[in-house]
Write a protein that binds this ligand. Structure first.
Ligand SMILES: [Zn+2]
Length: 57
């Protein structure tokens, strides 16, 4: 594990104007519960972690 995450952002698939799917950076937080297990799970603040269901604010 020598992975570094430089910014508090991640990318999600999103529709662009021409109808294709692109990725765009969105602000997010890493789920603290999953982080303890060694998993990096990005959660949009105010949503719940899709893996463990922990609310992330
Ligand atoms: Zn989680």
């Amino acid at each position: 594990m020598c992975q570094s995450i430089p910014a508090d952002k991640f990318t999600v698939p999103a529709m662009n104007e021409s109808g294709g799917v692109t990725t765009m950076p969105v602000p997010g937080r890493r789920c603290p519960c999953c982080l303890e297990r060694g998993d990096t799970v990005w959660v949009i603040p105010g949503k719940c972690c899709p893996v463990c269901g922990t609310p992330v604010n």
